[in-house]
Design a protein around this ligand. Structure first.
Ligand SMILES: [Cu+2]
Length: 379
């Protein structure tokens, strides 16, 4: 299928130059974790061993815990939207409020200096909300890309059972996935509606938005938040999994000793014919999960981004002298042009989910500031 769809890949291929030019901040020496380093000393209790939450590999969780997680997501979809329905008809419930909020901020929080920390806090907000709205206090799971790459449809994540994140879409042969003149992927094993597992029959509400908007820094189209209901689709793509999300790629990213290279290895390199690990993972799932604006509509988004955060966290742990490095500007593809971020740059917020404009410094460590979690296994 010619994915007019808004690809992370097209992005990866064509939108990075401004970011590449934005030099990473020099290392700040040994990570100065401690109350005085953070912007709001005393605002949060210290993250101690008895408080810390452990995020787990979805595959390693007991079936009942996996189901509790997906039950909570389905519960979130029964909670009313808090958004103005005249402005956001696509916000049909509280879950879709998250998806709408992500669309609203896409142009600031991708291909920008906010990418890693904004998404880290966004996942944290959703994790907290699952507890507050729906009583889920289990582990926040990550989807281990390389561990599942050789057997997507047999993995606990995608086997389609009631304990999975739902399976593949039904098979629809609509040709290769064309991302750009330089890059296409063979069609995956699905393409149609997801009809197995906890999200069978899920209705998405927002149509994909052209990637050109992001690259050029254009406003969202007027139709962005119109109600556009259709079934959730997936097209599981083993080619993308094995090629872009293998262990060699993972360790290359973990080993690199600068944040710019790390970003290129997760998001791709301009002019290249390769996806990075993060964009590759979105293309393992297919549309709408491969759409940079509206991907949150597929609940696999949360375990996918928990894995990205695990990768970032593990990189910080492996390179403590670089753990507070930042780079990038305040706008996607630096369009329109904007300043390089620093540790003290405030984020653009998270819509109504949190009106605070935390700085990058506030969100740079998973065991300080508002966070107190770690991953079961450091990558
Ligand atoms: Cu995003």
């Amino acid at each position: 299928m010619v994915n007019a769809i808004v690809s992370l890949a097209a992005l990866a291929l064509s939108a990075l130059p401004a970011l590449i030019e934005a030099a990473p901040a020099p290392g700040l020496g040994p990570a100065p974790w401690g109350p005085s380093f953070f912007g709001s000393p005393g605002k949060y209790p210290p993250c101690t061993e008895d408080r810390i939450k452990i995020r787990k590999d979805f595959d390693s969780m007991a079936p009942a815990e996996r189901k509790a997680f997906t039950d909570a997501i389905n519960c979130m979809m029964t909670k009313p939207s808090q958004l103005d329905q005249t402005l956001y008809p696509a916000a049909t419930n509280r879950y879709m409020d998250y998806a709408v909020t992500h669309v609203n901020l896409t142009q600031q929080v991708h291909l920008s200096g906010f990418f890693l920390t904004w998404h880290r806090y966004y996942g944290h907000l959703f994790e907290q909300d699952l507890a507050e709205q729906c009583g889920y206090t289990g582990a926040f799971p990550y989807w281990n890309w390389p561990a599942t790459a050789d057997n997507l449809r047999g993995s606990a994540v995608f086997d389609g059972s009631e304990y999975s994140m739902s399976g593949d879409g039904i098979y629809v042969d609509d040709g290769p996935v064309v991302l750009s003149p330089f890059l296409q992927l063979p069609h995956g094993s699905g393409g149609g509606c997801v009809n197995t597992g906890p999200f069978a029959g899920l209705q998405t509400t927002m149509a994909p938005i052209s990637i050109d908007n992001l690259i050029a820094g254009l406003p969202l189209p007027d139709t962005a938040f119109q109600l556009n209901q259709t079934c959730l689709t997936r097209d599981l793509n083993t080619y993308a999994a094995q090629r872009y999300c293998n262990y060699t790629a993972l360790y290359e990213a973990l080993d690199t000793d600068d944040l710019l290279t790390f970003d290129q290895l997760i998001n791709g390199v301009i002019g290249g014919a390769e996806l990075g690990l993060h964009s590759g993972a979105h293309f393992i799932v297919g549309s709408p999960a491969s759409s940079i604006f509206v991907s949150v509509q597929d609940p696999i988004w949360w375990p996918l981004h928990a894995m990205l955060d695990n990768l970032y966290t593990s990189w910080q742990l492996r390179h403590p002298d670089l753990a507070t490095a930042v780079y990038g500007t305040e706008t996607a593809n630096n369009a329109p042009p904007s300043a390089n971020v620093t540790l003290d740059t405030p984020h653009p917020g998270w819509g109504y989910f949190d009106p605070n404009h935390y700085t990058i410094r506030d969100l740079i460590s998973t065991t300080s500031g508002p966070f107190c979690y770690k991953y079961d296994v450091a990558l």
